[in-house]
Write a protein that binds this ligand. Sequence first.
Ligand code: ADP
Ligand code: MG
Length: 418
Amino acid sequence: DGQVSPNELSPGLLDLHSFDTELLSEMEAPSTFNALSMDQFARGTSFGDPETYFGYGKQSGRARELPDINVMKSSTTDKDKPNNVAKIKVVVRKRPLNKKELTKNEEDIIQTQSNYLAVHETKLKVDLTEYVEKHEFVFDAVLNEEVSNDEVYQETVEPIVPIIFQQTKATCFAYGQTGSGKTYTMKPLPLKASRDILRLMNHTYRNQGFQLFVSFFEIYGGKLFDLLNERKKLFMREDGKKQVCIVGLDEYRVSDVETIKELIEKGNATRSTGTTGANEESSRSHAILQLAIKRSVIGNNSKPPKPVGKLSFIDLAGSERGADTTDNDKQTRTEGAEINKSLLALKECIRALDNDQNHIPFRGSKLTEVLRDSFVGNSRTVMISCISPSSGSSEHTLNTLRYADRVKSLSKGGISKK
Ligand code: ADP
Ligand code: MG
């Protein structure tokens, strides 16, 4: 019944360049992917109980990477060990209804409970009578409209901060349609993380030569721009060791929270000063803020510090922009195709990561190429899928949840390969 296509089972074999329209077609084929999530839903029984869900993960071979969230929080002895942090975590955040939606009398169609979420989609029968279709999902965590940015941080990034001191690269993405809360969600995270990183540097790892560096750039139409240096155009290069390097990217060494705050604000301000208006512009670009930990040999200042770990925060382009491939404007079409390609490639890379595949299809897009070094070796990924609660957004919301669901339901490919 087409629930899992052959390509889904072997993402590593995908030629991403020939799949520019896959994301688009996913958007147009809801029933297939909904069937997938329903199937998963049917296999778990009690969603109020995290044990059940993680038990289900165990059967599918992911349990070792999906520690119980509560255990993770309460553990004090092992929590700094990389193995105790889920390799991939998919979290959904629902924002409250906004004024505009309330004036239009739009309803909240999203029901949440623990890590379970249901979308109540109103549809029309052939005879034009209305009926409600219920779509159910389960994620690693579901954060409802009452959850604060502090709690979002605790659930997503806080657990991975300690392990970037241990040769780990971690990436946190915000995915969703424009207006769903990606920027609202992502903006506070790097500063909160910096605070924790500096605290570790000044206490646990005091006088051990660790240094913190900040860089901030965006990918717009497949090109790179430095957000901390007046949108200077940047180029990517691969060195002999296949290390990706962004030539000319400003990287600031920071040792206090205030400076980091200023840099982040500067980058955010630079991001939104486009020619076609702030919101329009930022919805078509991926903004990437990186916190890099390096280490210098104490007493030897002649050698450059060595990279230790990295934490990347990515405010992705609006997911609906990937569908701008039939627009009348040629530039919009090209940008849409690039966004479509990058969101698709991103999903494939995360899936490949979770399957421990040797081949990571990062060449599929500029975004994944830039993130290449975060996808190899010891890596962790957190995806925050942002959704609007309103009835008017049901289609985009379902597309976002299906994307998240497919990032998460990786073990299918893994099992078939074993
Ligand atoms: P996006 O970056 O996905 O386009 P934004 O982050 O700009 O969306 O959010 C759109 C609007 O909704 C903003 O005005 C933002 O302040 C508001 N908003 C988003 N998420 C929340 C939330 N969880 N609580 C309150 N307001 C929110
Ligand atoms: Mg935004």
